[in-house]
Ligand binder design. Structure first.
Ligand code: SF4
Ligand code: SF4
Length: 168
């Protein structure tokens, strides 16, 4: 096998001074700065949050939602399949009996810790009832307290499918 010996750089006095390299780097920075100062149309960055992204597809995994029947009740039957599949173990379900002939059980409480969630989508894949989805398009979730990232059943049921996906 032919082995190519690559000479090590950085041994000369010029390399060890670093100053020529720094000047070269700053030259590149200021060239772009000057160009972009007059014309921002070619910038690759977005002025977020003033400008929101409009290229989120319906395959994007955003914050979860619990789907509902037409009467507004939850489709979830508290089978724990999602919690079992969750690699982050961040789904907490407290089941109770259901007496309206829709299913045997329902979640009395259903919580997801978004600080633990890795947005893998395994919960959605595991659900046999299409009761949990990640098609809300919510990609940014901020809060001032850690507890606020623990989203409960009421909040999960209040999330809707993103309207941006309706035409896709
Ligand atoms: S997206 Fe993944 S990590 Fe997050 S709740 Fe679902 S299974 Fe767990
Ligand atoms: S969301 Fe789906 S998988 Fe999770 S407990 Fe409810 S029915 Fe089962």
């Amino acid at each position: 096998m032919g082995i190519k010996i690559v000479p090590r750089h950085g041994k000369s006095l010029k390399d060890k001074l670093y100053i020529p390299a720094i000047i070269g780097g700053m030259k590149t920075t200021f060239t772009h700065f000057k160009k972009n100062l007059g014309d921002v149309s070619n910038l690759r960055t977005m002025q977020y949050p003033e400008v929101q992204p409009d290229d989120i597809t319906d395959r994007y995994r955003g914050v979860h939602r619990l789907t509902k029947w037409d009467d507004g009740s939850e489709k979830c039957v508290a089978c724990y399949m999602c919690a079992t599949a969750c690699p982050a173990q961040c789904i907490f379900i407290d089941a109770e009996e259901r007496f309206d002939n829709v299913a045997e059980k329902r979640p009395k409480e259903f919580k997801i810790d978004l600080l633990e969630c890795v947005y893998c989508g395994y919960c959605v894949e595991a659900c046999p009832c299409d009761a949990i989805r990640m098609d809300t398009g919510i990609f940014s979730f901020t809060a001032s307290k850690r507890e606020d990232f623990l989203v409960d059943k009421k909040r999960l049921m209040s999330h809707e499918r993103s309207k941006d996906f309706d035409n896709e």
